[in-house]
Design a protein around this ligand. Structure first.
Ligand SMILES: Cc1cc2nc3c(=O)[nH]c(=O)nc-3n(C[C@H](O)[C@H](O)[C@H](O)COP(=O)(O)O)c2cc1C
Length: 205
């Protein structure tokens, strides 16, 4: 089957993250974002593709701060209440019935009940006529203790990260599971040594 080039989300599962921001006037905003990508290992940058008409983008321009909240499948029913248009003066925590998790470094609060939180400062905006790429620098990264293991892996069965695949008419919510197979990072290299090994050993959390 040959698909139209725009139907990329039909073949790539996307994470359903929730980005929380506050406006210059202090109004709390939440929006689901799937086009979210960490930029290389081991940088502290994360890139988000956004349409131009988004309160999220306006708020990030205004304050330079945002939180990427990583949610489990239990948040599937919070997608539409936060994705549907609401005016900039509407408090989307209240609208969606979500509670705050106070942030540690940035002004916008995170969302209580998520399994991880990336507090970010705006690093750079890449402005294009049809979209904007937001480059964020992660300034505080936190994961629920119940989900994280001392070796840096995490309990997928407990976190059940919320993902989506697309069809012609809908977003289908799914999650990821372990295959039981793994490879060391070092296995990619001729000498079988991960050049970043020391860094990960020194900063085990
Ligand atoms: C699952 C899902 C993923 C989304 N991902 C993105 C995205 O990556 N970029 C984007 O610009 N809009 C995305 N949207 C659309 C925005 O969430 C939506 O337009 C929202 O109303 C924007 O809210 P805001 O104006 O408060 O920022 C997504 C919507 C859904 C339901």
């Amino acid at each position: 089957m040959i698909l139209k080039p725009f139907k990329r989300e039909s073949i790539i599962p996307l994470p359903v993250t929730f980005i929380s921001t506050i406006s210059r006037e202090g109004v709390r905003n939440i929006a689901p974002y799937g086009c979210v990508m960490p930029v290389l290992r081991p940088l502290d940058l994360v890139c988000i593709a956004t349409a131009k008409r988004r309160d999220t983008l306006d708020n990030i321009r205004a304050t330079g701060e945002f939180v990427i909240n990583l949610a489990g499948t239990g948040f599937a029913d919070k997608v539409i209440p936060t994705a549907r248009y609401s005016p900039p003066e509407a408090d989307e925590f209240e609208l969606a019935g979500l509670d705050e998790k106070p942030s540690v470094v940035v002004g916008p609060p995170g969302i209580k009940g998520c399994y991880a939180w990336m507090e970010c400062m705006l690093d750079k905006l890449f402005e294009e006529p049809r979209y904007v790429l937001i480059m964020g620098k992660v300034v505080h990264l936190e994961i629920d203790d119940a989900v994280y293991r001392p070796d840096g892996s995490w309990d997928l069965g407990m976190a059940r990260p919320l993902f989506m695949t697309g069809s012609n008419t809908s977003m289908n919510y799914c999650t990821v599971t372990d295959t039981g197979k793994s490879d060391s990072f070092g296995a990619m290299f001729v000498d079988r040594k991960d050049p970043l090994e020391k860094m990960y050993r020194e900063f085990s959390s």
